[in-house]
Every structure is written in C-alpha cells, then in structure tokens.
Design a protein around this ligand. Sequence first.
Ligand code: 6CS
Ligand code: FE
Length: 306
Amino acid sequence: MIRRDPYPTRLEHRSDPIPRREPVVHGGAGRDGPLTAQHLAQFERDGFLVLDGFFRPREVRGFLEDLEAYGRDPALCERPQVIREADSGAIRSIFAIHRLSGRFDALVRDSRLLELAGQILDGDVYVHQSRLNRKPAFRGRGFAWHSDFETWHAEDGMPAMRCISISVSLTENNDLNGPLLLIPGSHRTFYPTVGATPERYWERSLQQQRIGVPDVEDLAASVRDGGIVTARGGPGTVTVFDCNTLHGSTDNLSAMPRSNLFFVYNSVENRLQQPFAAAEPRPEWVASREHVEPLEPLRSQRSAVA
Ligand code: 6CS
Ligand code: FE
C-alpha cells in the first residue's frame, strides 16, 4: 500500500515550501502548568520560548558533574550513543541520557517539565530522544541550520508536528560560546530538502549534518521574515521549541564551555512509523520506537532537581 506523505523531503530537486498542517499549541491551553496564556501565544507565534531562571543554577549543578564523570567512563565512551567531534575527538553529544541514570530519568519526568509539555502537546507524552550537547571551550563545534522534524519525519517516521524539544542549560549560554540560534516563525513552514538519505547516515549526521538541511534560498527567506534570535541565559534556563522551528549554532571559539540537555517530548498519538525517506529506522538510542510508555510525573515537584 502506498502511504500518503504530507511532508515529502530528501528529494532529487528543490520543491516549494509546504505550509504546516498541524496546530502549534494542540488544545492544551486550558491545562494548568508553568506557561501563562501570554507564553502560549508567544510560542504559537514564534515557535519557541526562552525561560531564564526556570531552574535555579544550583539545581542543575549536579547534572554537570555527572556528565563530566560520564566523559571519564571508558565503557560508556565506547558506546555508539557517545558522539565525538570529527577533528578533536572531544565528546560532542551523549544520547539517551535519561536511560543512563536515575537522576536524569527523574529530571525528564519532573512535573514542571511534563506539565509544560502537556500545555503545548495536550495529553500524554513520551521521550522521543534525549541528549547532552557539549561544546567545550575553543574546540566545541556548531550545528548547521535545520528543522528537527525534517530529520525525524524522513529518518525516523515521525508522522506529524506534535512534538517539542525542551533544552535545559547546564552552563551559561551567551553570545560567544555558541548558543542556540532560532528563526522565529519558521515552524509554520516545512522546507523539503534536496538529496537522498545515505545508508546509516546517523553515523555521520550527528557529527555534521549535510543532508536534510534547508536550501540557502529558503533559509534566506525565512530569516528575512523572522530574523534570528539567540537563546541566552544562565544555568537553569529552559528553552522550549517546536519540532519544526529552524535552529542551529556556531562553533564555540570562546574560553567558556557550554553544555545543554535536550529532552524531546512526543505525543503518544504521534508514535513513529516506518521512515518516510530512509532505508531503515535509526537505533533506539537516537529515536524511541519501543520505549513509548507515557511518562508519569514525579509526585514531589522538587525531588528531581534538589
Ligand atoms: O538527527 C537527530 O535526531 C538530531 N540532529 C540534530 C542536528 N538535531 C536534533 C537531533 O538531535
Ligand atoms: Fe536540532
């Protein structure tokens, strides 16, 4: 049976942008949670929110220490979910961190984060992907402009735009250390990309993405409309962004390291299918297809990060 694809991508030739079909706030606006009506309106308009002071700096300090310890664990460093920089060999990302320790599992189920996800996605969610992105001083490398949904649709078979990322910064993010950059309003358009997905592309794309990135003309139009916003803030800042918001970041040429956690929450009604534009599904550590149980919030608000 031929499956209809509302968002064809990884094409031979450039194809026109497609307007988003799904809502941005999925009817959860009436729910209780950390976001005000004004936040939700802003998220709907821009496709992201930067919430400085969501967690207190001391609440996130322990996570940074855990992560530095992971970097010194030889058994862990051998695993495929630990991604290194192509040039320096420095650790760039660690995937599936919420399955590495109880502390990260507790943070991913922190009731404040789950309520926030519920306000946008309406209903139960599970973790599609979690990771640490690390950008050490001087050697940390950037990420090309992209929409996560484009990759998750093409390579993982995510059917619809009912998914968000929540980033928790573990260090300060400032203009110099390679902060996340976002294009406001870009979440309302799907930009089909040019070029077929190579076999086992994840083995390269997580170091440097070349396929699945928008055409420069499309990027230029998007920036002309929306501009570029920097997600700045101290440790504990939470940045929430829609799965289709264009984002990227530059290298870290500064002397200040930058580390951010990313938790990707997907609606249980938006589970993965077969990839739309790749030969085989990616591994479980980068895209959950088996671990899709709805997340249960932690009863005590403070226990996750105390
Ligand atoms: O391929 C992925 O799923 C990942 N790649 C990027 C550049 N962003 C989102 C996600 O971590
Ligand atoms: Fe991304």
